[in-house]
Design a binder for this molecule. Sequence first.
Ligand code: GLN
Length: 547
Amino acid sequence: MSTKYIFVTGGVTSSLGKGIICSSLGRLLVARGLRVTIQKLDPYINVDPGTMNPYEHGEVYVTDDGAETDLDLGHYERFLDIKTSQTNNVTTGRIYYDVITKERRGAYLGKTVQVIPHITDEIKSHVLKLGESDEYDVVISEVGGTVGDIESLPYIEAMRQLRYDVGRKNTLSIHLTLVPYLAAAGELKTKPTQHSVKTLSESGLSPDILVCRSEYQLDSTIRGKIAQFCNVELEDVIASLDAETIYEVPLLMKEEGLDSRVIEKLGLPAKNADLKRWTDFVDRVKNPKSEIKIALVGKYVEHHDAYKSIVEALIHGGAMNDTAVKIKWIQSDYLTDSNVESQLGDASGVLVAPGFGGRGIEGKLAAVKYARTKGIPFFGICLGMQCAVIEFARNVAGMEGANSTEFDEQSAYPVINLMADQKELKDKGGTMRLGKYDCQLSEGSQAKAAYGEELISERHRHRFELNNELRDELNAKGLTISGVNPERDLVEIIELDSHPWFVGVQFHPELRSTVYDPHPLFVSFVKASLNKSEEEVKEAGLEESVS
Ligand code: GLN
């Protein structure tokens, strides 16, 4: 069977959840026995999102092969239980970079290099690359942005040409649109969808299926109107209502028949969907037996997308413990030793987030100290781990003024410093220690207990590391080094043996947590936090009975 290509575009407005719809469709097709991957085509000029501020772009999702990519790839991996790579995320910047590099090499043999055909050809080759590998039955390509944007045009044109190149029966165009409810009129309105489809059709790409985001169910009259004016069959008008959790969306799409329509239209050989495990997971998320509060301390907390994978990994870890994890977002800029109790006092666990730069560091150190001294489960990720080392050095090991050279190059105790191979680098883009590296775990550690394995591998995105020159001294004062990268002897995990659960990791475990394979460290952290919260309830009960 030749690979089938599904193009997903969005209309009317951004933030309709195209990534979740693509992931949900992907999950349904995988459940029917098909091999599926998803690709994100981003129409911006940055070569990748690695140089973008989290306020601009949200989390940068890192793949095994060290690509810095869009956070939608996180959804693809979590929903489909697949691994993505650089090929799964292409930006306009990368396309132009490749075309210009070829032009400089003389690859265009004297031709004038133009958007059409050279840029569109390059886009097409990136889409086809996934199909040519013979690994997939279906490749879903999600085009970022909204139809009608100037910058999306070359992508739409490339999709139009691809329908011709690989044959209409091998391609499908899905358009995600909005059907807003106007309270004043008391009605759902189809006009924005009609306009959006018209705009798309003017570029030569007409949709086969419309997924309509709406706050209310679409009745048959509305569906009929959309079908008639947008030139699709009635069954190809799919309603997508708000869900309680994003993990419910595949089940809602199944009810609406999205996968059946896709399968029928593409003539895919598919069995009945096996969604048992998925449904069980959704049940656990929707019907928790308890609830705990975890404080997430970071400096981008106003923008939750900056911590997308952490939020999802906490949901996965919660589901495995039948508990709902409520995140208390703590802005580290305003956290101090004197207000930390009032901010973190009601949390059963503290997670200090990854990040870059000095803003909010002292607040993060206050959070670490509070969790360490009060015996509250603590999870430090990347910068969060580095903060745990700095706090320990200053307040336990007696290293006054200990710091990371990222924040203080003159520190008397540079417990965290720039990795040797980072020192000569001038370029910022794609130059961190990125992607998957091995880590050897120590016997008897929290980490070893959680993973149940000795050699693990995790994804990285950092320039600084624990300073090996101060490692023995820190260790002698009680900081346990429980995970080390065997090739370069870099410290990957630190723990405190005297604490119920205190783990700092230099890597990003959140990037590997999926619905079918929740990350062991998140499962273990949530479990420890749940224990803490149960202990507190017991203590409060005791106090009450005494008084
Ligand atoms: N800024 C730190 C470093 O570069 C931590 C990075 C992170 O948290 N991802 O090492």
